[in-house]
Design a protein around this ligand. Structure first.
Ligand code: NDP
Length: 240
C-alpha cells in the first residue's frame, strides 16, 4: 500500500511541484490550499490529486482538515509544511497585522499541522516531516523581519522535534530554498530581481522541481538516518 502524504500550499508554486513529484513517486497525495479555489480546481483536474481547503494558521482548521484527509486516504506518513506568505516592509513601517499574519501562517502552522499527526506517527513508529524554511531565515533579509523570524523559527522547531522523535522512526528536516521562480518571487520588482540573480553563483532562479527533488530524497524510507538537518537549495547564494 502506498504511503500517504499531505502537502500544505500544495496546489501552486513549489507546493504543486512537490505534490506532483510525490504522486509520480507512488505516494497517495493530498494537496492543501488556503483560498485560491480556481487554481486548486485546475490543479485537481490536471493532476488527479485530491485538494483540501483550510487555513494552516488555524489549529482547529488543521485538526479538522487532517482528520478528513485521513478518513479519505488513510493514515498520513509524510507531511510537507510548505504553505507560506510574505508581508514585506521595513520594521519601522510594519504593522502588527503584517507581523502576526506571517508568524501565524509561516511558523504557527508548523505546530498546527504537526501536533494533530504526531501521536499517530509515534504509535506507528514511522513519519517524515519536511518543513520549508528559506534562505532568508538563514541569513536574514532587509524588509522581511517577520518572514526571516518565522523561517528561522522553523529551523529551531525542526531541530527540537527531530530530537524528540528520533527513537520513534520519525525524521524531521528542513529545506531552505533560495530564490525560486514562483508567483511569490514574481512579486519582487524587476530591478531587485536582476540584482538578486547577479548574486546567485549558478546565475539563475531555482525551479520548483528542484525543491521537490529535495523533498523526495528526505521523504524516502531510506533517508532514516537524516534528521534535524537543513538542506540549502539556493544555487550557492548563501553557504550556511
Ligand atoms: P506561492 O505564493 O506560489 O504559493 C503559496 C501556497 O501556499 C499556495 O498554494 C497558497 O494557497 C498556500 N497558502 C498561503 N496561505 C495559506 C494558508 N493560510 N493556508 C493554507 N495554504 C496557504 O509560494 P511559493 O511556492 O513560492 O512558496 C512555497 C514555500 O516556499 C513558502 O513557504 C515560501 O516561504 C517558501 N520559499 C519560497 C521561495 C521562493 O523563492 N519562491 C524561497 C524560499 C522559500 P492558495 O493557492 O490558496 O493561495
Amino acid at each position: 500500500m502506498s504511503r500517504v502524504a499531505i502537502v500544505t500550499g500544495g496546489t501552486r508554486g513549489i507546493g504543486a511541484a512537490i505534490s506532483m513529484a510525490l504522486k509520480e513517486a507512488g505516494y497517495t497525495v493530498a494537496a492543501n490550499y488556503g483560498g485560491n479555489d480556481e487554481a486548486a480546481e485546475k490543479f485537481q483536474q490536471d493532476t488527479g490529486i485530491a485538494v483540501y481547503k483550510w487555513d494552516v494558521g488555524s489549529f482547529d482548521a488543521c485538526s479538522a482538515g487532517l482528520s478528513k484527509v485521513e478518513d479519505d486516504l488513510g493514515a498520513i506518513d509524510v507531511v510537507v509544511n510548505n504553505a507560506g506568505i510574505t508581508r514585506d516592509g521595513m520594521l519601522h513601517k510594519m504593522t502588527s497585522e503584517m507581523w502576526e499574519d506571517v508568524i501565524r501562517i509561516d511558523l504557527s502552522s508548523m505546530f498546527n499541522m504537526t501536533r494533530p499527526l504526531i501521536d499517530g506517527m509515534r504509535e506507528r513508529g514511522y513519519g517524515r516531516i519536511i518543513n520549508i524554511s528559506s534562505i532568508n531565515g538563514q541569513k536574514g533579509q532587509m524588509g522581511q523581519s517577520n518572514y526571516s523570524a518565522a523561517k528561522a523559527g522553523i529551523i529551531g522547531f525542526t531541530k527540537a522535534l527531530a530530537q524528540e522523535t528520533a527513537r520513534k522512526g520519525i525524521t524531521v528536516n528542513c529545506i531552505a530554498p533560495g530564490y525560486i521562480n514562483t508567483d511569490m518571487v514574481a512579486a519582487v520588482p524587476e530591478k531587485v530581481l536582476e540584482s538578486i540573480i547577479a548574486g546567485i553563483p549558478v546565475n539563475r532562479l531555482g525551479r520548483a522541481e528542484e525543491i521537490a527533488h529535495c523533498v523526495l530524497f528526505l521523504a524516502d524510507d531510506k533517508a532514516g538516518f537524516i534528521t534535524g538537518s537543513t538542506i540549502a537549495a539556493n544555487g550557492g547564494q548563501y553557504l550556511a
